[in-house]
Design a protein around this ligand. Structure first.
Ligand code: SF4
Length: 281
């Protein structure tokens, strides 16, 4: 298959997926958001094709650590999905994240904890070899997103931004803190089971916790519960000047306004990401 034929095939798969998600979820995307989603798929494929996609030996490998106990004595199981690449007698374990590569680089320790547990299961419980671990970031960097949004598009600029992008972030792996990480997972299970879901306050969201990145950027923009979180909604309303009615519409309207609201909400998130990542160090 030529590159063009592969891209055409990918686009057909993207359209089928989109139509199926639209039927399941009951709402659609604006042309701008849909184009951005397609560009993400296309450029992710172009970038990762040689590095990982054509070399992957095992994909979507399910790793399970059963029969763990929380600090309060509850039983729980840890599960994860990774991709494995073996090349030149070296084995890599990749975890795929929808987070910016720059963010992952700056907060490697957060990702190392989780991947170390997967590495432990892979090596010690399943008896496999492992030499390296890494995160693959699926998010296009802001420079490339902006170049793709330019009208007219300048191909040289798109190419230059795509060439600069490095979505693979290697991590150090160590099994020293495995017990501590599993205990922390267990403490979260206890909180969930006890119904303790109190969010950070809006003031805490606006605070950088030790580094330069605010809580809202470090945690909230990746949190699936953000649109129903009172602190996040107050923070976004305050910092973007948008009304909380935008959020209310998200819940109450499932008609032709939905696409517009999806677009607004996508941009609310991008506002916050750009505010944090585009500011000088
Ligand atoms: S959006 Fe999520 S991470 Fe942020 S305060 Fe609310 S619950 Fe916590």
């Amino acid at each position: 298959m030529t590159d063009k034929e592969i891209e055409e095939e990918l686009q057909k798969m993207f359209e089928i997926n989109y139509e199926s998600l639209k039927l399941q979820g009951g709402h659609s995307l604006t042309p701008e958001v849909r184009d951005a989603a397609w560009n993400q798929v296309l450029y992710y494929f172009k970038k990762l094709r040689k590095v990982v996609a054509e070399k992957v030996s095992k994909t979507e490998v399910k790793l399970t650590l059963p029969e763990q106990e929380t600090p309060a004595g509850r039983r729980f199981t840890i599960e994860g999905i990774v991709d494995i690449v073996t090349e030149n007698e070296e084995t890599w374990m990749y975890d795929i994240k929808t987070h910016e590569a720059g963010f992952i680089e700056k907060h490697k320790e957060m990702y190392e904890q989780q991947l170390n547990v997967y590495a432990y299961i892979w090596e010690h419980l399943q008896g496999n070899k492992l030499d390296h671990t890494a995160i693959i970031s699926t998010v296009l960097p802001s420079g490339l997103r902006n170049a793709l949004r330019d009208r007219p598009i300048i191909p040289e600029k798109v190419k230059s931004e795509a060439d600069k992008w490095n979505p693979v972030v290697p991590l150090a792996f160590s099994q020293k803190k495995i017990k501590e990480t599993i205990r922390e997972f267990g403490a979260v299970v206890d909180d969930i089971e006890a119904g303790e879901f109190k969010p950070a306050t809006p003031e805490e969201l606006d605070t950088a916790d030790g580094g330069k990145v605010k809580f809202v950027t470090r945690y909230c923009i990746m949190c699936d519960g953000r649109f129903s979180c009172s602190s996040y909604r107050k923070y976004v309303a305050k910092t973007t000047g948008r009304s909380q009615a935008d959020f209310k519409r998200y819940y109450s309207v499932y008609d032709d306004e939905t696409a517009q609201t999806d677009y607004i909400l996508s941009n609310l998130n991008m506002d916050i990401i750009n505010m944090e990542f585009d500011k000088p160090e």
